[in-house]
Design a protein around this ligand. Sequence first.
Ligand SMILES: Nc1ncnc2c1ncn2[C@@H]1O[C@H](COP(=O)(O)OP(=O)(O)OP(=O)(O)O)[C@@H](O)[C@H]1O
Ligand SMILES: [Mg+2]
Length: 243
Amino acid sequence: MSPMITVTNLTKRYGDVLAVDNVSFQAPPGSVTGFLGPNGAGKSTTMRCAVELTPATSGEVTILGQRYRDLPNPAARVGILLDASAQHAGRTGREVLTLGAMTLGAPKARVDEVLQLVGLTPKEAKARVGTYSLGMRQRLGIGHALLGNPEVLILDEPANGLDPHGIHWMRGLLRGFADAGGTVLLSSHLLHEVQLIADRIVMIGRGRIVADGTVDELIADHGNLEDMFLERTATTSREGFAA
Ligand SMILES: Nc1ncnc2c1ncn2[C@@H]1O[C@H](COP(=O)(O)OP(=O)(O)OP(=O)(O)O)[C@@H](O)[C@H]1O
Ligand SMILES: [Mg+2]
């Protein structure tokens, strides 16, 4: 099947900083693609460019065959979680989702479906987001991304703050989403986390793609992924690095 997210020669510069350097990769439907890289590697920048929150310096990203801005009703087709801590602290979880559903034109009943899907209890849904633990915020953020029944999920560090139960839950949720034909791109700076949740890995270091394949392929080619990850994404010397 044709890829649902296609990043082609994407470059993003912030002044002197080359945050994303000629990045190309694809995320196919029916799988969970882990976008793995250390802090500052360019994961969030790539995702922000993909959904046009920030303009690319050059290159292009298409989602479902079109640029994000050209998609009809993009927020309903592409579920996005870019910063789980950005939710309004004074609103309750239910209010956040209800407003989201209204914005999308999703039926009100979707709010309860989503609360159940992400495992927030009615009592938790009534509490203000400011009182939520990080894990609860991630659940709410994923719920928000799922509101419009999207075909594609773009999640920046969704497992950040989740305990092992939460990671297990997320793996099941995203696996189910992908098995139903959905496309998931999720970022993480932790190899272990990506190996638990994703079936494909796109590895980025200092703005460049340094490995790309299914987890099984990468293990077959490289053996110990931890060593490969550390080696290929080392941040000490930009020069002398061969991609
Ligand atoms: N708005 C901005 N202005 C200037 N530089 C930025 C901006 N956003 C990101 N950068 C720089 O771009 C590079 C990539 O940052 P980015 O946030 O994409 O990394 P990341 O892989 O998401 O890291 P982390 O794991 O810490 O979230 C870093 O050097 C960062 O300092
Ligand atoms: Mg980031």
